[in-house]
Design a protein around this ligand. Structure first.
Ligand code: HEM
Length: 90
């Protein structure tokens, strides 16, 4: 990503971070609407999961522009998801 685009993504992210909870709700609602089978992969109480989602996105946002530093952690996260039966369609 070029520096101008990174700056725009980071500015956008910082402007929505205060709305992280409703956005995370929306993310889960949409995921379960599109892929109802995904719901049973999660605990009933999704509050901790919503927090983890945004914590991870915050780390990713902060890492933009630092080359490939994030790749090992992103690959690990992907592997853990695949182990939890998360597929490409999700
Ligand atoms: C922006 C995209 C996503 C991010 C940043 C993200 C991040 C995370 C994180 C940080 C965890 C905690 C466990 C760990 O670190 O391994 C987790 C767990 C999990 N994620 Fe994701 N996730 C994303 C998308 C998805 C999608 C699309 C699915 C599809 C079903 C999914 C399914 C799961 C499941 C099943 C767990 C385990 C839940 C549990 O143990 O109760 N994730 N995710």
């Amino acid at each position: 990503m070029d520096p101008h685009r990174i700056a725009r993504v980071q500015a956008w992210f910082r402007s929505v971070i205060l709305m992280s909870d409703p956005i995370a709700h929306r993310f889960c609602d949409r995921l379960f609407h599109l892929y109802p089978e995904a719901q049973e992969m999660f605990a009933e109480d999704l509050s901790a999961q919503r927090t983890k989602l945004f914590q991870t996105l915050t780390v990713a946002e902060a890492g933009l522009g630092h080359g490939d530093d994030l790749l090992p952690a992103a690959r690990d996260l992907g592997r853990r998801h695949a182990r939890d039966r998360v597929g490409e369609r999700h």
